[in-house]
Structures are given as C-alpha cells and as structure tokens.
Design a protein around this ligand. Structure first.
Ligand SMILES: [Zn+2]
Length: 336
C-alpha cells in the first residue's frame, strides 16, 4: 500500500461519496483508478486506498481452533500520530499541525471460533463514520476526528456483515473484547446482542477519542478483573475460557486501560493487540506514535510483549499493521 499524497485536499463530500462506493466494489478497480487519477492534481492527502480491502482470512490452529482475520475498512492518520519522537509536551500540537498523512491502513478485527463460544476481538469501524456528523459526540472530539483522521468504510465492510458471509451469525457471539474504545475498534456493537462485552475500565465510559454517544442503548459492559497469570511478560490476565487458552491481558499505554487478547495454542501464541503498536516494527524497536495516553506505560507494555515473545513463539497482530493478516495466515511468530 502506497501513500497517495497529492496536492489538493478534496471536500469531505467528495471523499465520502466516492470512497464508500469504491470499497463496496460497486464500480470495481476501474472506478478506483479513475478517482485516483482525477484526484492527482490536488491534495496532500491519501485520497482513496489504492488497494482493495483484503478478503477475510481463516486459519485453523494446531489445536484445531478456527480463527478469522476480518478487515473493516481503512483508516489514515497524520504521520505524527503514527510515529513521534519529539518533545512530550508538543505531542498533540505536533499531530494537529502535521500536514503529512500515513498510507491507508487496515482496520482489523479477529474472530476465534472457540468450542466454548465465539470470541470477537474488536468490532471494527462502522460505515456511519463516513457521515460528517457521526463523530460529533462532543465538539473537541469531533474536531480531532474531522481534522486528524480519514476513514473508508462501507456497509459491506462492517464486521457483522462479513461474519454473516462466513456463516458466523453475530447473534451467536458469546464474548466481545474491545481492546479500547476508539471509534475504529468499537463500531457496530449493537449487532452483537447476546455477547458479553469486556471494555477497559480505565477508559470507560469516556476518555480521549471515544464516542460514547454511539454506545448501544443499555450498554452494560464487563471489566476484566485481572489476576496473576501463569505466563511470562504480562504478569496479569483474565482467562476467558475454562481450559485457559484465551486470556485478556493488560496492555495499557495507547489508552490508559488498553487491553489485548492472548490465545495460547499448543506451541504458538497469538496476541490480538489493538493499538499497542501500529506495526511489528514498533514492537521490535520500542517506537510508538504521537497518540499515546501514557508514554511510560506504552514502553512498559512493549517490553512486556517482547518478554513474552522472546520466551514463547507469538504472532503479533496489531489492528492497523498492513502485514498482520499475512502473519496471521502464515502463523509467523514475531522476530523480537
Ligand atoms: Zn486507538
């Protein structure tokens, strides 16, 4: 995926009307190419993704558990949002004034068909994000979303729609773990009416970047009560299954309560890691983005994950890493 920097910023309407349709595949690659060419004269922003959304990938773990990687559209952020090495106090102004954008990144979700019930990690983004007023739960958050983030999500990209195509009825989902409450991780929640939701207590009901006005009516999530965990690195966790192969683990930093899901298969673990890092390179290098709630917590979390991955082979799966899907499919452990 390449950055599509151009010389002109299109109106939001241009972006909205065009992008959703392109991702829906209604006009196919020809439409995308046409739009890309038409936009090349103006815009320093990544106008539209120059790749088609990846189809869901399904794997079967060595212990026989079927899992799915499902992309729910694309997000692009300011470059300083993704990578920031400057002065701590200037973190947010640096993002706000940055004129550079990242390439379009996937918004990944994960489904574990566990014998004790379907577990979903993050519900991804909703196509409602394409409506200009959707992020207006409060004026400051609205301003941040409108100026610092871009999305491309169609109705067909939503998690529930894709799960239906995979014969995984959303109303049969038993557990949803939200790594954190930023919009691109918690869309579409009302499509899972029978699930127990686990959300980070420290981030709930509202914290930086959350849109609490869109939580489902009568939303009553659970908070993970972490206990000492019998595996390296994280120190604590909450077992989601009786046989202790799926855990919620604390991974704070990006948000104060950020949590991840650790699936420990026979000889290989999978960490569904939300926004712990933007890609595996940041895990290895210890780098991080401008959007972190707490730098020290972020660094400690990355060190914890490296410790785990150095002792036990672990596939590292952050939400926005363009290579997460391939590593998932190849069951490729992190090279820490
Ligand atoms: Zn986030």
């Amino acid at each position: 995926m390449q950055d599509q920097r151009r010389n002109h910023r299109p109106s939001r309407r241009e972006v909205l009307t065009g992008m959703g349709m392109g991702i829906l595949g209604l006009a196919g690659g020809g439409w995308l190419t046409h739009q890309a060419n038409a936009a090349q004269q103006n815009a320093p922003l990544p106008i539209i993704p120059n790749v088609v959304q990846a189809a869901p990938r399904t794997i079967i773990s060595s212990s026989g558990i079927r899992m799915h990687a499902i992309q729910t559209g694309f997000v692009a952020v300011k470059s300083a949002h993704r990578d920031y090495n400057g002065i701590e106090a200037l973190r947010l102004p640096a993002i706000a004034t940055d004129t550079r954008w990242t390439a379009w990144m996937p918004i990944m979700t994960w489904v574990i068909e566990h014998p004790t019930g379907i577990i979903v990690v993050d519900t991804g983004e909703t196509s409602n994000i394409m409506e200009p007023d959707y992020t207006n739960c409060d004026p400051i958050t609205h301003f941040i979303y409108q100026n610092n983030l871009r999305f491309v999500v169609s109705p067909a990209d939503e998690l529930a729609a894709q799960m239906q195509m995979l014969n995984l009825p959303p109303d049969e989902v038993k557990t949803v773990v939200q790594t954190h409450l930023h919009s691109d991780h918690v869309g579409n929640m009302s499509a899972f009416p029978n699930a127990t939701f686990y959300v980070p207590q420290a981030d709930y009901p509202a914290s930086n970047g959350t849109l609490p006005c869109h939580y489902p009516a009568n939303f009553a999530p659970q908070f993970a009560a972490f206990r000492e965990a019998p595996f390296p690195g994280f120190g604590q966790g909450l077992a989601l299954t009786g046989d202790g192969d799926v855990w919620i683990v604390p991974t704070p930093g990006h948000s104060l309560g950020h949590q991840s899901v650790l699936f420990m298969d026979d000889n290989l673990s999978f960490l569904f890691a939300g926004d712990v890092a933007f890609d595996e390179g940041q895990l290895v290098s210890g780098g991080y983005g401008g959007i972190v709630a707490d730098v020290a917590l972020t660094q400690a979390t990355l060190a914890n994950i490296r410790e785990y991955a150095s002792e036990r082979p672990m596939v590292f799966l952050p939400s926005h890493d363009p290579n997460s899907t391939n590593r998932f499919e190849d069951q490729e452990p992190a090279a820490v």
